[in-house]
Design a protein around this ligand. Structure first.
Ligand code: FNR
Length: 364
């Protein structure tokens, strides 16, 4: 497939697979263990059907929305994915430019190969910083302050990764960070010995550096080092949603880390509705995991999400065509989502209702 023949988001994966070293492609593509959740993140969308309304004037459709107080062009945003310079020399900088051009939010990973300052220097844009809490809390405080100073607007705290999930392809490939790349937000940490372990670099990195003792009390600590709102990424149950609200979370991202952590957790789209109910409208709920079509975005919004984030489509399109690839992914999802709205009879996001979709659990 040539890149100018691309007509949907998933087609970028084949180009990326051809272009990237096997070790890098596998790192981006794979999920944990049996990869059941990886497939289910996609399959679950195909079990949700539409109940479109007809004869509604859809000559004007408004896709705009407000996220954490910021107006964006559409409810489709960019999830944090690690080490984007393995995909393309411009890495996170290309992603940041593509997100700004599309008028949407980019989340920069803690384990990015570009620094918060470098991303900020690409120009204006609304950006969130994803945080992994390391054992060394001084390093954590420093990077959060740097992100805030660089104009990032929220902290996305990843709460599903006290330790890395078991990704067998990375173990087989002995995944390592290519020697020309640096984890720019934690520069100065001694990572030298991690590359030499027999497990994958990512797994040893997490095992050595992540703070496995991270718990609800630490949200208060993070609030003492930043005034930015904190989104919790990786919530899957209504129980944790209620605790998250009490702990001061400003928003929730229903996520299973792209099926890279605990295998056999449900698809995020299956977990979404119960989480939304548990918030009782107090904080916004977002979703990531398996979003590849505009119809997926619509389904998530119909089940109560305030917006969605995409992960792999960004790294694959970045690998295939750099900034232009990421721009095209955002544009294709936008166009498909707009089309879905028109064909469902919705002119604005608030007109998308629960009645526009039919789930398995609606049926008698
Ligand atoms: C991720 N994800 C992730 N999440 C996070 O909080 N910090 C990170 O550094 C990363 N890195 C990362 C790398 C790669 C290669 C992937 C595929 C995923 C998870 C990511 O933010 C998001 O939850 C999922 O990618 C969403 O699922 P899809 O869109 O990839 O299906």
């Amino acid at each position: 497939m040539k890149k100018d023949m691309i007509t949907n988001v998933t087609e970028y994966e084949a180009i990326a697979k051809e272009k990237l070293p096997k070790m890098v492609y596998d790192f981006y593509a794979s999920g944990a263990e049996d990869q059941w959740t990886l497939k289910e993140n996609r399959n679950a969308f195909s079990r949700i059907l539409f109940q479109p309304r007809i004869l509604i004037d859809v000559s004007k459709i408004d896709l705009t929305t407000t996220v954490m107080g910021f107006k964006i062009s559409m409810p489709i945003m960019i999830a944090p994915t690690a080490m984007q310079k393995m995909a393309h020399p411009e890495g996170e900088l290309a992603t940041a430019r593509a997100a700004s051009a599309a008028g949407t939010i980019m989340t920069l990973s803690s384990t990015a190969t570009s620094s918060v300052e470098e991303v900020a220097s690409t120009g204006p844009g609304i950006r969130f910083f994803q945080l992994y809490v390391l054992k060394d809390r001084n390093v954590v405080a420093q990077v959060v302050r740097r992100a805030e100073k660089a104009g990032f607007k929220a902290i996305t705290l990843t709460v599903d990764s006290p330790i890395l999930g078991r990704r067998e392809a990375d173990i087989k490939n002995r995944f390592t960070l290519p020697p020309n790349l640096v984890l720019k937000n934690f520069e100065g940490l001694d990572l030298g010995k991690l590359n030499k372990t027999s497990d994958s670099f990512a797994a040893s990195y997490a095992a050595e550096l992540y703070d496995r003792s991270l718990n609800w009390k630490d949200i208060k600590w993070i609030q003492t080092i930043t005034s930015l709102p904190i989104l919790l990424k990786g919530v899957l149950t209504p129980e944790d949603t209620m605790i998250a609200i009490q702990a001061g979370a400003a928003g929730i991202i229903v996520s299973n880390h792209g099926a890279r952590q605990l295998d056999y957790v449900p698809a995020t789209i299956m977990a979404l509705e119960e989480v939304v109910k548990a918030t009782q409208g107090r904080i916004p709920v977002f979703l990531d995991g398996g979003i590849r079509r505009g119809t997926d975005v619509f389904k998530a919004l119909a089940l109560g999400a305030a917006g969605v984030f995409i992960g792999r489509p960004v790294v694959f399109s970045l690998a295939a065509d750099g900034e232009a690839g990421v721009r095209k992914v955002l544009q294709m999802l936008r166009d498909e989502f707009e089309l879905t709205m028109a064909l469902s009879g919705c002119r604005s996001l608030k007109e998308i209702t629960r009645d526009h979709v039919l789930t398995e659990w609606d049926r008698p």
